[in-house]
Write a protein that binds this ligand. Structure first.
Ligand code: NAD
Length: 476
């Protein structure tokens, strides 16, 4: 079997390898899942929840190993721990929600055809494929997996080949619960493994770039299966003159530079009312200047390395192009190499415009380009001048003022007086707009219900209509 090398982002060296599973292996695993899925679904949601709770305990038991694997692959310490804790919390959350969601009454008497009683039967897609990215490896591998499993589907997961180390300890936690191990399997590899997965599942959940998302959508369409796509973003923030600037600067800096900007919902475009532009930029740059990289000691500082090293070069190019075209750097601005890894401090820029790549393409780095606006219409126009529509943030003096602007923004989730709330507020439904995605909401009750097809069961209690009904002479 061929293998893929995995790079440690803090050293730039390949110090791990994974099987690059081929199409035959993927087909074999998917076939086993298909066989096991029916019993899993038939056993009912209470049973699946009980199995999930045991899995939660198994994850806790393997938490140290899972966290250690994430720490190496991402080069960050706190977030590795948060990802593992979040997994245990989300197992609990979905286990609490699933019975309620599935108990909703799905029957009634037809209003159009008297005498017909109908009932919906929820029929899960038998095998759901999940393809995940490298930036938040564990959370994004499980965000679709958990509700799909609780819906009664079997799941075939392919994590990113850039950050796959967690798969081994996660697998160990799954194997402690044999009922789960029968319906949840992991394959590793690169694009070829992902393609083979699409050929063997009934629905694919993909989180990743727009470029790959397009390929996945075409491939899924050829196989006549649904594709739920969660793709890139270029999220805007609008700071109105009434906003609490201190609060806005804290939220914007955290959202734009946290995780080294390697998050889909990172703020990447900041629009500030001209009356507060100068104090706001100073505040932002002052706060950003106190931030440190987590090198040489992973236990200190705030900013991890670029996980996928080509990303470091892309960020550097975008900053260099903006500066060459007249942008001013207020802090940061350098992508620096330390012993084979690449880091970048929060970089605040002004003098930018929408002709620059920095304002048009996804950056996926800790870069905060700031532009001033004269009035609300201009702010909304600038925020909507993008191919993406993942999420956004508005900072205002009141909820009403914030919502009035927020509802004009073409994005699936808008935080008011905070940023990236969609990361934790999983109870509210949202869809990605424009190039940022396609398919049912992964949040809220729909996050689980999207794994079902509805089968209508209709019972006729009146005498049936005979063929004589079509007697042409009855027409006037
Ligand atoms: P990517 O598109 O390069 O890869 C994602 C996954 O797709 C990987 O597992 C990869 O092996 C697989 N893949 C590659 N080619 C494939 C093919 N032809 N068929 C099937 N699978 C294939 O994305 P990435 O670089 O790992 O992740 C970063 C991107 O993900 C960014 O654009 C980011 O915005 C986006 N993202 C979006 C969300 C969201 O919720 N909207 C969340 C996190 C990341």
């Amino acid at each position: 079997m061929s293998v893929l090398q995995v790079i440690n982002p803090r050293t730039g060296t390949a110090d791990f390898e994974i099987p690059d599973h081929d199409a035959a292996h993927v087909a074999q695993v998917a076939s086993r899942l298909r066989t096991a899925q029916n019993d899993w679904f038939k056993a009912g949601v209470e049973y699946r929840c009980e199995v999930f709770m045991r899995w939660g305990k198994a994850v806790e038991k393997h938490a140290a190993d899972i966290t250690a694997a994430l720490r190496i692959d991402t080069g960050r310490k706190l977030m590795a721990q948060v990802e593992t804790q979040n997994t245990v919390e989300k197992i609990r959350y979905w286990t609490e929600q699933a019975p309620r969601i599935l108990s909703a009454v799905q029957e009634g008497e037809s209003r159009l055809v008297p005498g017909v009683h109908y009932r919906y039967q929820l029929v899960p897609y038998p095998v759901v494929g999940v393809i995940s990215p490298w930036n938040v490896p564990l959370i994004l591998a499980l965000i679709d997996t958990m509700p799909a499993l609780l819906a009664g589907s079997a799941v075939l997961l392919k994590p990113s080949e850039i950050t796959p180390r967690f798969a081994t300890p996660l697998q160990a936690s799954i194997e402690e619960v044999p009922e789960l191990a029968a319906v949840f399997k992991i394959v590793t590899g690169g694009p070829g493994t992902g393609q083979a997965l699409i050929d063997n599942v009934d629905l694919v959940c993909f989180t990743g770039s727009v470029a790959t998302g397009r390929k996945v959508a075409v491939h899924a369409a050829q196989n006549f299966i649904p594709a739920f796509l969660e793709l890139g973003g270029k999220d805007p923030a609008i700071v109105l003159p009434s906003a609490n600037l201190e609060n806005a600067a804290n939220a914007i800096l955290r959202s734009a530079a946290g995780l080294t900007g390697q998050a889909c919902q990172s703020l990447e475009r900041i629009y500030v009312h001209q009356s507060v532009m100068q104090p706001f930029v100073k505040l932002l740059a002052d706060k950003a200047s106190s931030i440190r990289i987590n090198w040489p000691d992973i236990s200190s500082g705030h900013m991890g390395p670029f996980i996928f090293q080509p990303q470091a070069h892309k960020v550097r190019e975008q900053i260099e192009e903006a500066v060459a075209l007249g942008a001013t750097v207020h802090c940061g601005g350098e992508v620096s190499e330390h012993e084979g890894g690449y880091w970048c401090l929060p970089t605040v820029l002004t003098g930018v415009n929408h002709s620059m790549k920095l304002m048009r393409e996804e950056t996926f780095g800790p870069v905060l380009p700031v532009i001033s606006f004269a009035d609300e219409n201009e702010a909304v126009h600038l925020a909507n001048d993008s191919e993406f529509g993942l999420s956004a943030a508005v900072f205002a003096g009141s909820r009403e003022e914030g919502e009035a602007v927020a509802q004009q923004i073409r994005a699936g989730a808008v935080s008011i007086n905070d940023a990236g709330l969609t990361v934790s507020v999983h109870d509210v439904e949202k869809n990605a707009f424009c190039l940022s995605g396609m398919g049912g909401s992964r949040m809220g009750d729909a996050g689980l219900l999207r794994f079902f097809r509805k089968q209508a069961l209709m019972h006729q209690s009146a005498p049936v209509i005979p063929l004589e009904y079509f007697d042409e002479s009855a027409a006037t």
